[in-house]
Ligand binder design. Structure first.
Ligand SMILES: Cc1ncc(COP(=O)(O)O)c(C=O)c1O
Length: 430
């Protein structure tokens, strides 16, 4: 075999050496916005007013409008958003909250922080999100809420889930940390449940390094969330002496879950001139094209998306390998070989929570007795099966052009045709 045909991991020529789009997406507009926030003399919502409304209030307005809801509260992280949503809805001690077993640990650890018990439920083999059936099977008389996660690059099938939570009187909190701007039946992710929660951590499709937001149509709920994120304070006319616009309010006692003005500036700059929406559309189109092109290679399966999902948001593009492939060579090793071909990381998704080293309530005394039912390998077969035979890449890779997508297909083709070499090399290295 020629050197060009040899796997890059084994010393051959890689499929692609050209660079990929940079992430985070810094540009002159974002630099100028951050600079202007730095120079403004107001770095926090708890700082004195300088001229017009705070950048956080401007972002709140823009984010609510983008999502087609009435209210948004910017906060310090996606975890804060989830915690505040539960606290504002009155979820706490004695309550159970249903959480998908396949998600980032914060979807469940925030339930513990709210004082409630996370109850894990398996996901759909089609799109790796909760289903109405898996939620229904996990409901007990103590269930108060569902944290529905729109994972990787899909959304939950909303219609049956909305019917179920209405019929059973449960709160629905949409965890949209990975689904900014996804469109389902003409509405955005996060606008279906009682609240929608977003993360703006560095890897997310809209980012300020760290950060988050809660959205809702319910004015009272928005007010409670605002108070909870600002040490119990509400927005008021600036104090004539101090210039502060946060005043003691009649609402609940809170804590500090605020973001900074610099973060709000960076977020607003990414939304200007519909730049965010254009980027999300571009990655969604590339994802749909990749689904078709990769499936033609044979041993790869794309997600089966809900029919009403008009535009997915890609956080991580995910593709499943046939079980015989990973029986031969573990998915992580295939990811390493692909990464060497492409010069961009392809990796396995985080493991499901019941086997995750990050989800260990028993290591924190304050969570004692609230770990929920025992978690054992084998308990959540769908999540376990697919997490062992899927590969993901970051959405920034899909911001590249169509020629780059062809490189991805060629790299998969090359690696899948040389599984024997990969296996043999692993064997001789062992
Ligand atoms: C599904 C999901 N929920 C919640 C979070 C928590 O967000 P943050 O890291 O901003 O606290 C994340 C972040 O990775 C996430 O992916």
């Amino acid at each position: 075999m020629s050197r060009a045909g040899t796997l890059a991991l084994l010393g051959g020529t890689p499929v692609r050496t050209a660079p990929w789009p940079a992430w985070p997406p810094v540009n002159d507009r974002i630099r100028a916005a951050a600079r202007s926030a730095l120079d403004s003399g107001r770095w926090a919502i708890s700082g004195p007013v300088r001229g017009g409304p705070s950048l956080q209030q401007q972002f709140a307005k823009a984010w609510a409008a983008f999502n087609g809801v009435r209210h948004a509260v910017p906060v310090s992280s996606g975890s804060s958003a989830l915690l505040l949503a539960m606290e504002a809805l009155g979820v706490g001690p004695g309550d159970e909250v249903i959480v998908p077993v396949w998600t980032w640990v914060a979807s469940a650890s925030t339930v513990l922080r709210a004082g409630a018990v996370p109850v894990l439920a398996d996901v759909s083999p089609d799109n790796f999100c909760l289903t109405s059936a898996s939620i229904a099977a996990a409901i007990t008389p103590r269930t108060r809420a569902v944290i529905g996660v729109h994972l990787h690059q899909s959304m939950m099938e909303m219609a049956p889930i909305l019917d179920l939570v209405r019929a059973r009187g449960l709160w629905l909190i949409e965890d949209c940390a990975q689904a900014h701007g996804a469109l389902y039946a003409g509405r955005r992710a996060g606008s279906f449940g009682h609240v929608g929660c977003f993360s703006f951590q560095q890897t997310k499709p809209l980012t300020s390094g760290e950060g988050g937001a809660v959205i809702t149509d319910d004015a009272d709920l928005a007010e409670r969330i605002f108070a909870l994120h600002a040490d119990g304070r509400r927005l008021a006319r600036p104090d004539p002496v101090t210039g502060l616009e946060l005043a003691e309010g009649p609402g609940p006692m809170g804590a500090n879950h605020a973001m900074t003005e610099m973060q709000a500036a960076i977020l607003l700059a990414q939304m200007e001139d519909s730049a965010l929406d254009r980027r999300l559309s571009h990655t969604a189109q590339n994802a749909a094209w990749l689904d078709g092109a990769l499936a033609k290679l044979g041993p790869l399966h794309a997600l089966v998306q809900p029919a009403a999902l008009e535009r997915r948001t890609v956080f991580e593009y995910i593709i499943a390998l046939e079980p015989w492939v990973t029986a031969h060579v573990p998915s992580a090793r295939i990811g390493v070989a692909l990464s060497a071909e492409l010069g961009a990381p392809w990796y396995t998704s985080d493991p499901p929570l019941h086997v995750s080293g990050l989800y260990r309530p028993e290591t924190r005394p304050r969570f004692a007795g609230r770990a929920g039912p025992a978690r054992r390998p084998g308990d959540f077969p769908v999540a376990e099966d697919y997490s062992a035979r899927t590969l993901v890449c970051h959405h920034s890779v899909l911001s590249a052009d169509r020629a780059a997508m062809t490189d991805i297909v060629n790299a998969f083709d090359k690696v899948l045709n040389q599984l024997g070499d990969l296996e043999a090399a692993a064997g001789s290295a062992a």
